[in-house]
Design a protein around this ligand. Sequence first.
Ligand SMILES: NC(=O)C1=CN([C@@H]2O[C@H](COP(=O)(O)OP(=O)(O)OC[C@H]3O[C@@H](n4cnc5c(N)ncnc54)[C@H](OP(=O)(O)O)[C@@H]3O)[C@@H](O)[C@H]2O)C=CC1
Ligand SMILES: O=C1O[C@H](COP(=O)(O)O)[C@@H](O)[C@H](O)[C@H]1O
Length: 506
Amino acid sequence: MSPLSSSPGITAPAAPETAHTADLVVFGGTGDLSMRKLLPALYHGDREGRLAPGTRVIAMSRGGLTDEDFRGKVDAEVRDRIPGGDPAVWRRFLDRLHHVSIDVGGRAADGGADRSGWDALSALLAGHEDRDRVFYLASPPRTFGAFCRELAAAGLVTPRSRVVLEKPLGHDLVSAQRINDEVGAIFDERQIFRIDHYLGKETVQNLLVLRFANAFLEPIWNSLWIDHVQITAAETVGTPGRRGYYDHAGALRDMVQNHLLQLLCLTAMEPPARNDREAIRDEKVKVLQALRPITGGEVERFTVRGQYVESGDMPGYLDEPASTPPTDESRRVETFTAIRAEIRNWRWAGVPFYLRTGKRLPRRVSEIVVQFKDVPHSIFPGGTPNRLVLRLQPEEGIRLHIMAKEPGAGEVTLKPVPLTLSFGETFTARVPEAYERLLMDVLAGNPTLFMRRDEVEAAWRWIDPILATWEASEQLPEPYPAGSAGPAGAHELLARSGRAWHEDLS
Ligand SMILES: NC(=O)C1=CN([C@@H]2O[C@H](COP(=O)(O)OP(=O)(O)OC[C@H]3O[C@@H](n4cnc5c(N)ncnc54)[C@H](OP(=O)(O)O)[C@@H]3O)[C@@H](O)[C@H]2O)C=CC1
Ligand SMILES: O=C1O[C@H](COP(=O)(O)O)[C@@H](O)[C@H](O)[C@H]1O
């Protein structure tokens, strides 16, 4: 497939082998994301023959490392993250790695601009202008504009270049627009890949297949049959070592603005006319534009925020190890949020979409639950409405809860039983990590699973009033004990209308 060519959509088979040799330049290549996700994903791509011979990975950071230092660091810190790794492939993979030291915004001691990092990168890339070039910005978002400007100034942006932007893109609509403008001044929109790794998860892609490749669901996928939808991303992890980032993010920016809203879009969108990247992204934007704004007094009624506090041997948010002590901002940041959202269109009028995410919860569960309405007239006592559960993690699968009769004579007793499709048991192929799929798509030039500028900005437009109201409020997030199911408010959000979370998380 040629770079940036029209490409198949979300349900196409895994990206084809990358025919082109590429230079993948990772700004922030020594950071947490790179070491935990990107490098293992690239290794798997290499093992499966999807990295063309000669493809290089050039990490950039302020670290002052040589190629050998960086290879040693990756060998020491990444190899153990890859169970069952192949030593020969590992050696070949390490040989692909390079490191260039750079300080974006850094100045030489004499006060002049320090160009040495850019000169080193230019030297490494010189003579390889015919290769695909991917600039992956895995550094803090405030550095994105500067990186792009410097790349252009160094003459490193070729027609075969792409740029990958990590989330969250900005911290509100205005900053997201600024970053989009800055990056857009250097790269064409077709060259910009805004990543949301939830879109690379297998079940998320399966959601569209389930909806649009099966005839039985679409006729009942609307407010006539569906009572409400729940979208949960519950994590057991806290934020050790991440306060610098998390104090300025919080659960709303870190998880809802991107991952949860993407899940909502894929659940709620109209059937696209074609399985094609623009058609799917057009439909997602329409959902975001139809979200009913939550403003003023409604914010308190329709949103919940919490922060975990010490419990047993688990630290609270303020006690997590960090390089700086907690500030007032730390006290105000939410590590949990739940929201009752509504989509103002014909299909979804009156159907609440409940979103929930949090850190240091008792179980790691990410799922979409579609709860159907009660039967119009029940002839059996004790029935409960059908539920369709799409489980993203830990074990991916789809489960339909239907009512069945308990075996036995006498009175009919109803029991909800699950019809389960476990991907792990049904399919033998290894399920790739989200980043693996997405990185191979970037290298192959397939943007379907990436966010378009208008999507990101429409999501911020809905998030901003909630943030503004929280920021103006004197109230602090509701404390919840680390390891508990989150603040009581999250349960009240549903209980008010006689509903309950499918997973109580305890
Ligand atoms: N970690 C994760 O799980 C996820 C992270 N992200 C996003 O990925 C990006 C990176 O996150 P993460 O890896 O956690 O962050 P880290 O702080 O762990 O890493 C940041 C990287 O950027 C480099 N860097 C920072 N400032 C500069 C600079 N001025 N010039 C050159 N290099 C610089 C750092 O190297 P050095 O300090 O040596 O210069 C380091 O390699 C962020 O945008 C984050 O929001 C998104 C999803 C998940
Ligand atoms: O983007 C992020 O995602 C992770 C959760 O990802 P998952 O694939 O493990 O569900 C989250 O921990 C992190 O805070 C956030 O930045």
